[in-house]
Design a protein. Sequence first.
Length: 120
Amino acid sequence: MAASKKAVIAAALALVAALAGLSAPAWAQEAPAGQPATAPVVAPAAGLSEASVRYICAAVVVAVALLATGYAVAHVGAAALGAATERPEMLGRSLLFVGLAEGIAIYGILIAIIMLFVIR
C-alpha cells in the first residue's frame, strides 16, 4: 500500500511539474524603442493562449479537489462506519464529518468557476 501511495504522489508531482513548464506565462524581453525600460514587456508562451492556461489551471484545481475529496471520504467514511458498528448512536454525528469532507469538492469547483469567469 505504501508503494502505491508513493507512486501516486510521484505521478501527481510529475503532472504538476509538466503543467508548470507548459503554462509559463512569458519570457522577458528588452523594452522596445520609445517605451521606458521599467515597463515589463513579455512574450506569450509558445502555443498556449491565456484561455488555454485558464482551462488547464481550472482542470488541475478540480482534479486535486476531487482527489482530496475521495481520499478524505474514504478514510472518514471507514472511520464513521467503524464507530457506528461499536456505538450505533454515533452514526448521525459521524456522517456529518463525511459531509464536511465532501465540501472539499464543492470548494474546488467554486474556485475553478471563479478562475474561469470572475478573475480577468
